[in-house]
Design a binder for this molecule. Structure first.
Ligand code: URA
Length: 187
């Protein structure tokens, strides 16, 4: 199969800022395209921007982001080391779940971001990101904490930090998964 050239992140950002593929652009304050090291070994994929992310134009800057930062530490990672993006680049109203046509309309951007960054590991946070990347119907509880293959990428699903904020008993599970990620990266 003939592969097209990697599309620069700046070009993708520009395209995303003008995207009208679904209705979500109308309600957003800012596009939340993604941030971090464009040559990262680890790409973290969340679900969709929340209120704080929409206001700042940056993923994971609210409470879930604080927990994510702490968890990155257990893998020996800092935010500057990784790239973070979401399945959706615009905030769904009231933080409702992403809808299938929105995911479909936005899929080009995450797919091309992934090709351009070309990470070793894709760490998916929660069910939406895992299902999007792995094209599976299996639930996260069965899949988390193990490496799965998607094309040439190693995919490591973990719980979403927002879920762990609501279910504190799962915090050690998330911590153990990030420690395992650290071992994989150093192995
Ligand atoms: N939750 C997500 O999935 N993504 C963000 O950017 C913030 C919260």
């Amino acid at each position: 199969m003939v592969q097209h050239e990697k599309i620069p992140l700046e070009t993708l950002y520009d395209q995303a800022s003008r995207c009208r593929g679904c209705e979500l652009w109308q309600g957003r304050t800012n596009l939340v395209f993604g941030v971090g090291n464009p040559h990262a070994d680890v790409l973290i994929v969340g679900e969709a921007p929340g209120e704080q992310e929409d206001l700042r134009g940056e993923p994971f800057v609210g409470r879930a982001g604080q927990l994510l930062n702490e968890m990155l530490g257990y893998a020996g990672l800092k935010r500057e080391d990784i790239y973070i993006a979401n399945v959706l680049k615009c905030r769904p109203p009231g933080n409702r779940n992403p809808q299938a046509p929105e995911i479909q309309a936005c899929s080009y951007f995450l797919r091309e971001q992934t090709r351009t960054i070309d990470p070793k590991y894709i760490v998916t946070l929660g069910n939406f990101a895992m299902k999007f990347i792995l094209k599976t119907d299996k639930g996260i509880t069965k899949m988390r904490g193990q490496v799965h293959q998607a094309g040439r990428f190693q995919v490591f699903p973990v719980y979403h930090p927002a879920y762990v904020l609501r279910n504190g008993s799962q915090r050690p599970v998330l911590q153990a998964d990030f420690e395992r990620l650290g071992q994989l990266l150093n192995g």
